[in-house]
Design a protein around this ligand. Structure first.
Ligand code: PAF
Length: 295
């Protein structure tokens, strides 16, 4: 596996691979890799010849009171995981490489970015789209792979690719879960044993909504209210939001009569967690990647 820290070396490497007719896949990450990231790598591997993983803790997407400084960082471990997973290039620029002195151009999606995580974390998605646009211009991927856990991010990046005509495909891989259903996230490492136990309430409350829909309930407002109440009661959670949106358009729905995404963000023991579940009325199939022991 090649390790590259310089923007120009990464760009030259990608241009050379493209000249040789090889397809490039990008898995953008903040590092602190786990099985969820490795599932994105496997998806990329199936689609392309050269898999590039970027590790960059992007300061622009963290607010002033967020966890940028204590975000877990371990490049040696990330490198070893990537090497074992068959990654071809680990791209790990530092902030000065990505944001050149005088940097003042930003990329901003103006609609979905203001809602849900965007309303709780102003500027977050502007930081994401700006750095992802840079990564696309540096790594020149044919395919970029994102995780369904960050569903709002994936939707916003899709919109950016569409509106700015980036010549690449966005692939979204299913959420990978711990055996008890907790969505894998680098932030899980910051949960105390007690918070970790309580954090399963995100998954159990999402499943509760799915159970309600299967019994014929359609009242979205009532389900959101009851789900938030469960999160507070069972998980001691501070709920940032619980919302039910159309799975295609992300418009808020009143009645669950078509495929919807239930999205949730909550803080447990001071750690902010997000999760979501696609619910298709009348469909009993699971839509997430739980390890075998968790099924
Ligand atoms: O989802 C993440 O890990 C980050 O938001 C991303 C896409 C790598 C951009 O910094």
């Amino acid at each position: 596996m090649k390790r590259i820290a310089s923007v120009s070396e990464m760009q030259q490497t990608s241009l050379e691979e493209r000249r040789r007719g090889r397809r490039i896949g990008l898995v953008p990450t903040l590092g602190a890799l786990h099985e969820g990231h490795l599932s994105l790598v496997r998806l990329a591997r199936e689609r392309v010849d050269v898999v590039v993983v970027s590790v960059f803790v992007n300061p622009l997407q963290f607010g002033p009171r967020e966890d940028f400084t204590c975000y877990p960082r371990n490049l040696d471990r990330d490198g070893a995981l990537c090497d074992n997973a068959g990654v071809d290039v680990l791209f790990h620029p530092d902030a000065a490489e990505m944001y050149v002195p005088g940097h003042c151009v930003y990329v901003e999606e103006m609609h979905l970015s203001t809602r849900l995580c965007g309303s709780v974390r102003p500027g977050h998605f502007r930081g994401v789209t700006t750095v992802v646009a840079q990564l696309f211009n540096i790594v020149l991927p044919h395919v970029a792979v994102f995780g369904q856990k960050d569903a709002q991010q994936a939707q916003i990046v899709r919109q950016m690719v569409r509106d700015l005509h980036f010549p690449l495909e966005i692939a979204v891989a299913p959420t990978v879960r711990e055996p008890d259903g907790l969505a894998m996230s680098s932030r899980n490492a910051r949960l105390t044993p007690d918070s970790r136990r309580r954090a399963t309430c995100l998954w159990t409350s999402l499943q509760w909504v799915r159970g309600q829909v299967r019994t014929g309930q359609t009242d979205a407002a009532e389900m959101k209210r009851a789900m938030a109440e469960r999160l507070r009661r069972e998980g001691g959670a501070t709920v940032d939001y619980v919302e039910i949106v159309d799975a295609e358009t992300w418009a808020v729905v009143d009645a669950i009569t078509r495929p919807v995404l239930v999205v949730v963000a909550a803080q447990i023991g001071g750690v902010r967690l997000i999760d979501n579940l696609l619910i298709e009325p009348g469909d009993a199939s699971p839509d997430c990647a739980l390890p075998p022991s968790g099924r």
